[in-house]
Design a protein. Structure first.
Length: 374
């Protein structure tokens, strides 16, 4: 190998190394941070923490031979186009700063797509699991079907940001960075998730961590964290180093349940007994498969959980934005709709992304209206 060739080769390596190093540093920032030793020592006193991991109330079995559905398999599922995505532009209500006045003194909600919500409860405004980009640490992976109905810069004043767990479709680096300097906003997260937020610049004094069965009360509002059957982790080797939760929100007049991600279990009855009945429940409906039967709920389990918690109305979440499973994008909502009709005692609300709704609202089944791009 000539000296000249070696020189060119080394120069090329250097040129390539610089952007790769920058990209690698950014990736590590997006992944987040593990809880420190003092935090872990505190978690070890919890009955649901063992051997360095939080423990699900029920195990999450995996049966590869039962995995069903078409489309690409493995990681290629998130890169290659497939027939599971919508074939038309999903309708939504565009929001900006002018869309919001003072928070309602009653109960108002806006579903922003997937599990992201803006909730107004008796004068307080909460933002739940806000994700406005893709659902992965790298661009181009787990892409959205449609842009979010609001931009981060247009979010209204917020009293609280609630995070159910640290998966990328629920906790987004860019959004936490965008909200970190809002002095009026407090962040409520499961145990361990504060480490991510502090790494991303959210002041520690504005973060409250909660565990199962714990609650925060400020004025007339109580936010209680409860169990779910799920798991956590933002990269390999960090599974279950942070907790995952559901939330019960209780004001003087209204009560709300936010399921987070969960398989079906007896915990729904316990939550209903402890905190219900609920005027409005946001229950996850998508991502089920016989190959991972406890990771998410099957449609019939969604209906059962509605009754278990004592809900009076339900908005399905965890659907409509990302292709995370092996079924068509609208299969879950149509099955839940059909089961709700058959049941006859379920009030199902299916708002468009960004649409303002209350428990008394009547919504259209926009997902069956085939619309085409202009």
């Amino acid at each position: 190998m000539s000296k000249e060739f070696l020189k060119i080769f080394l120069k090329a390596l250097l040129i390539l190394a610089i952007p790769l190093t920058i990209a690698g540093c950014h990736l590590m920032q997006v992944i987040g941070k593990l809880p420190d030793a003092a935090e872990v020592a505190a978690y070890e006193k919890l009955p649901y923490y063992k051997d360095g991991q939080f423990q699900s109330p029920e195990p999450l079995p995996h049966y590869p031979d039962r995995v069903t559905g078409g489309g690409p398999s493995g990681w290629s599922h998130f890169f290659l186009p497939n027939s599971h995505v919508p074939g038309f532009t999903l309708p939504q209500v565009a929001l900006d700063k002018a869309s919001f006045a003072a928070p309602s003194d009653a109960l108002v909600a806006r579903w922003l797509g997937h599990s992201s919500l803006i909730i107004e409860l008796e004068g307080k405004r909460l933002l739940v699991d806000p994700v406005f980009g893709n659902a992965a640490p790298l661009p181009g992976v787990v892409r959205r079907f449609v842009d979010a109905p609001i931009k981060r810069a247009d979010l209204p004043p917020l009293d609280y940001v609630l995070i159910t767990h640290d998966h990328y479709d629920h906790l987004e680096y860019a959004t936490m960075r965008a909200l970190r300097n809002r002095e009026e906003t407090r962040f409520i997260v499961p145990y361990g998730v504060a480490a991510h937020l502090k790494k991303w610049g959210v002041p520690a004094e504005r973060i409250r961590e909660v565990g199962w069965g714990e609650s925060i009360t400020e004025g007339a509002l109580t936010i209680a964290a409860e169990r779910t059957i799920h798991y956590s982790g933002r990269t390999f080797g960090r599974r279950n180093t942070t907790l995952w939760t559901s939330y019960a929100l209780k004001g003087e007049r209204f009560r709300i349940f936010i399921s987070g991600d969960s398989g079906y279990g007896e915990h729904f009855k316990d939550i209903g007994a402890a905190h219900g009945p609920f005027d409005l429940a946001f229950i996850e409906i998508d991502g089920w498969n016989p190959g991972w039967p406890k990771t998410h709920m099957f449609p019939q389990e969604v209906i059962q959980s509605y009754h278990d918690i004592g809900a009076r109305a339900m908005i399905p979440v965890h659907w409509g934005v990302f292709d995370l499973a092996r079924h068509p994008w609208d299969e879950s909502i149509k099955l839940v709709r059909d089961l709700a009709r058959e049941d006859g005692k379920v009030k199902l609300l299916t708002p468009r992304m960004g649409e303002r709704v209350t428990p008394e609202s009547v919504t259209r089944e926009w997902f069956v209206i085939q619309q085409t791009e202009d």
